[in-house]
Design a protein around this ligand. Sequence first.
Ligand code: FAD
Length: 441
Amino acid sequence: RFDVSVIGGGLAGSEAAFRLARMGFNVALYEMRPVKQGPAHKTGLLGELVCSNSLGADQPSAPAGILKAEMRRLGSVMMGCADRNRVPAGRALAVDREGFARDVTEVLSSLPNLRVIREEVSEIPDGPCIIATGPLTSSEMAGSLKELVGEEFLYFYDAASPIVTIESVDMSRCYLGSRYGEGEDYINCPLTEEEYLAFWEALVSAEQVKRHEFEDSRFFEGCLPVEEIARRGRDTLRFGPMRPVGLPGPDGREPYAVVQLRQDNREGTLYNLVGFQTNLLWGEQDRVFRMIPALRDAEFVRKGVMHRNLYVCAPRVLDGYLRPRGAGREDVFLAGQITGVEGYVESAAMGVCAAIFMGRVLRGGSLPEFPEETAVGSLLKYLREARPEGFQPMNVNLGIFPPLRERIRDRRERCYRYFDRAAAALERFLEDNPDLLPRWA
Ligand code: FAD
């Protein structure tokens, strides 16, 4: 008899199952592979990395480094396996892909109170459970999730524009204003004819991500990548996302072309490039989008993407503790990418959180509040408080943390300050919640 079921043995599910087992619960971890193989996974190993073997930056001067430090402190199995299977990759933490997943599988299989059951689960089970079936959740389970959260709040594809931090935008090269003078909600980044043509040429010749076979282009027809719009003609962007009509500059004249930035979070620290969903490689996005004069030094905290990705509209359907409100039960949690985060470590972090919350529910305690100053707390806050309209999955970045009191221009220095503040907040949190200390680490 199991105390709790975890569905999905990817990054979040493995993390959650590991933690709950180390807390002493009897855990059933359901993984459909290799009995049923997903479209991107290739093995039957737990914690398989579906694409890159890099888990991103791993130093205190990068937001991803803050999250990794917290995960280590919280006793993450994924970080332990990643550290043991590290391969040289500069400042990033990259791993031997197979060695990493094999390690995760072995660690979990060695726990006497954790059973790995190779089975596809199609419905939300009756008892306590964590659903961590990932961005490529099997279709039957996707159907059950649709029922749980409501069709309009479950998304199957992610077509997101890049996001920049407001402090990295050169405000001397833009102006505020909504189209036809209806308010001042947008930041407008104008381009002259010469700048536009150079931008257009760079955009149409930039390198794109190769789409996977399972990512049928039909699904993206209603939402074309900006480079595809550009390829249809030299002026198509000027009649589409870069339309200057109704957006006169401070001199009263409409610019040749304009890129609009729209506020992306409540705090107003993040802005997205309106209509700039893209398939360009990440490096190419930096190069090409920085040709927009106001974005010359922009810090892109999230790159544009267009890919298959199942996730819920977290601020609408989750209760702030990763629990779908529609379940009407306190013992059902979501974890991983489906909660509305993006990235390997972010997904695993939501596995840790789901396990912590579930542990408290099973033991009858109140659910802990992660401090917002921590990376984990910031991600949870994003899921709780992001704008529900056009909600997009988020990776860890400085824009989701509460801003520092003082303004520090140097990016690395600023990040060190966030790092120290997060570390101190996490220690205070663990002092207040000693049951969450990972005694196995
Ligand atoms: P997963 O790791 O996908 O785990 C979900 C598990 O659930 C899988 O093992 C699956 O087999 C299982 N499962 C699904 N349905 C069922 C069911 N009904 N019953 C039982 N088991 C089930 N992030 C990065 O940081 N870097 C990248 O390079 C990167 N590349 C990506 C490439 C692709 C194609 C995709 C789709 C995503 C990528 N991501 C990447 C985003 C994300 O970080 C990963 O998808 C990450 O693996 C998500 O972790 P997860 O635990 O939520 O889901």
